[in-house]
Design a protein around this ligand. Structure first.
Ligand code: FES
Length: 110
């Protein structure tokens, strides 16, 4: 376990695993997490499952800091998890992200 992991951060993926402007799905324990690489804007992580129905946000369309759900086109702001338009009403959970040594870490979920 390295120092970062001792501080409660979880190694999720390599930075190079996520091309700019795309997202990937990562399993962590029993959670499904979407990891986004915003063009010119860094990395963000949210729960991968939409708060409306069952759809993977990592399969949606990433535009700037917004992810559009592939099922009914609800949108969330990656920085806050805020639901931005119908039909989504409930915000999506976000995770703190940190980069170190070419790896992307998230704050260990409680
Ligand atoms: S499942 Fe995401 S908007 Fe409906």
């Amino acid at each position: 376990m390295n120092l970062i992991e001792k501080e409660g951060w979880v190694r999720l993926a390599q930075e190079s695993d996520v091309a700019e402007g795309t997202a990937i799905a990562v399993k962590f324990e029993d959670r499904e997490i979407a990891l986004y690489h915003v063009e010119g804007g860094g990395f963000y992580a949210t729960e991968n499952i939409c708060t409306h129905e069952y759809a993977q946000l990592s399969e949606g369309w990433l535009e700037g800091y917004e992810i559009e759900c592939p099922l009914h086109a609800g949108r969330f702001d990656l920085r806050s998890g805020k639901a931005l338009c119908a039909p989504v009403e409930e915000d999506v959970k976000t995770y703190e992200v940190r980069l170190a040594g070419g790896w992307v870490y998230i704050r260990s979920p409680d």
